[in-house]
Design a protein around this ligand. Sequence first.
Ligand code: ADP
Length: 248
Amino acid sequence: MNTQAVLSARGLVKRFGGFNAVDDVSLSLREGSIHALIGPNGAGKTTCFNLLTKFLTPDAGAIHYRGRDITALAPEQIARLGIVRSFQISAVFLGLTVLQNMRVALMRQHGDGWRFWRSRRSIDRLNGRAMELLDAVGLSALADTTAALLPYGRKRALEIAMTLALEPEIMLLDEPMAGLGQEDVTRIAALIRSASANRSILMVEHNLSVVADLSDTITVLARGAVLAQGDYATVSRDERVITAYMGS
Ligand code: ADP
């Protein structure tokens, strides 16, 4: 595997009042890898995600994208670089069909000016790409279903398809398995694996068997700090990791 870091954080710190929610965290997302951020509740995982996408501003530390310092960029500039956080369920338009949702997501990526809508060819291309993505996530048979009627697991799949529509180079997934039954977990895991073929993925995930199965690298956080990093075999044997999980 290529070991070049596409996204790296060095010495990130985030304080809330006098409390260090993220305390000197460094991590490197390698090109083409799946990297999991795990740890007990309150470890600082969500805050880390918010720092990497600049939803929050770090109090100290730096973020680099392919060697370029992006610490000062705004969230939309980060997204424009191709660093995209998965849509939250709330970003799915529940009153629209699955296909209409995909069109909305694709329009964010491919022009939405009047020129676009005057061209039959661009509309056909957009519809073709929407169906291609729905096919990839197993939703093509539900293309005309209103999103509100989708079971929860299928909504998560739609959310991932909408994120993929933005053609992210780096995809950040926030607990992709939360609330899913085993069948959906298996489907979404396969989807994440195939999505990683041409992009790098950083995910916060609680389901450790999914983490073990999918991740090339794992960063374990506890009380805002990095406790261990490495592959699953390495971190799962680490005494400090075992203690942190037992104690939570
Ligand atoms: P995790 O995602 O690992 O469960 P979080 O990043 O959500 O952890 O939270 C880390 C710590 O920071 C927790 O103790 C949490 O209560 C605290 N925290 C998170 N966001 C805020 C905030 N906006 N204001 C104050 N404290 C916060």
